[in-house]
Design a protein around this ligand. Structure first.
Ligand SMILES: NC(=O)c1ccc[n+]([C@@H]2O[C@H](COP(=O)([O-])OP(=O)(O)OC[C@H]3O[C@@H](n4cnc5c(N)ncnc54)[C@H](OP(=O)(O)O)[C@@H]3O)[C@@H](O)[C@H]2O)c1
Length: 234
């Protein structure tokens, strides 16, 4: 079982929310943690806009044992009203830059026969969410990428994390606050702790909270039923 103690980890989106909690949880377990985001400051951190070239970030990070691809942004509202420029923006930050970073750092992990890749997707990556069509598509892309890569690379762990509603600035930042009473947002540290445990147990996929795996599995098995339920209760 790969312990995170002693690992050299790079966390994207580490200035806030799930990324900050994950970086703290890894450091508490004895990992050496490298943090990146646009606004991050302090020792062991590298400020970088993932919408630009990721090569300087990869060069700064060097050899890492654990890469947590977490940075991301959302957009809520009807697709037909979405400003067209938001589409490439979401795909660039949520998908393209993350995969470019994986492409830069994975060969070293393969050569050392040691490493783990974590992709922070969303429950929206496992089933459609109304008014989040493009966001859902970016998160599903991460999941599909992980499923394929896992078959290709046997010596490197690949974990997909599907958070539900988490108490972070994510909703305010996307411009549409979370106003539903249920499900209630849960702390970012719950995701961080589940993520770290998933790395330690080399789990391919986790849902946080864990009950979310049931609607996701049901959607895979009986999509027409889930569509009906979502239209009626969503
Ligand atoms: N909160 C939820 O309910 C929820 C649910 C499911 C999935 N997720 C996913 O979880 C991940 C983390 O989200 P969060 O809830 O922790 O949100 P958050 O608090 O808004 O954190 C997002 C992080 O991404 C960074 N980031 C955004 N744009 C960037 C860019 N262009 N370049 C570099 N870094 C950038 C931000 O840092 P800077 O602003 O400093 O760049 C920040 O550290 C995201 O991928 C999100 O889609 C969140």
């Amino acid at each position: 079982m790969p312990a995170v103690t002693g690992m050299r980890a790079l966390v994207t989106g580490a200035s806030s929310g799930i990324g900050a909690a994950t970086a703290d949880a890894l450091a508490a377990k004895g990992a050496t943690v490298l943090r990146t985001s646009r606004t991050i400051t302090g020792p062991g951190s590298f400020a970088c806009d993932l919408a630009s070239d990721v090569a300087p970030l990869a060069a700064w990070a060097g050899d890492v044992d654990l890469l947590v691809l977490n940075a991301g942004l959302g957009h809520a509202g009807p697709f037909a009203d979405m400003p067209p420029a938001r589409i490439p923006e979401l795909f660039t930050v949520n998908v393209v830059s993350q995969l470019e970073l994986a492409r830069a750092l994975l060969p070293g992990m393969i050569a050392r026969q040691r490493g783990h890749l974590v992709l922070v997707s969303s429950i929206a990556g496992a089933m459609g969410v109304a008014d989040e069509a493009v966001y859902s598509a970016t998160k599903a892309a991460l999941r599909s990428f992980a499923d394929a890569l896992r078959l290709e690379v046997r010596t490197v762990g690949v974990t997909v994390v599907h958070p539900g509603v988490i108490d972070t600035p994510f909703f305010d930042r996307r411009g549409t606050p979370y106003t539903r009473r249920r499900p209630r947002p849960i702390p970012a540290m719950d995701v961080a702790e589940a993520l770290v445990a998933a790395v330690e147990h080399n789990r391919p996929e986790i849902f946080v909270p864990s009950w979310l795996r049931f609607p996701a599995r049901l959607n895979g098995a009986l999509p027409a039923l889930v569509r009906t339920l979502q239209r009626r209760f969503g």
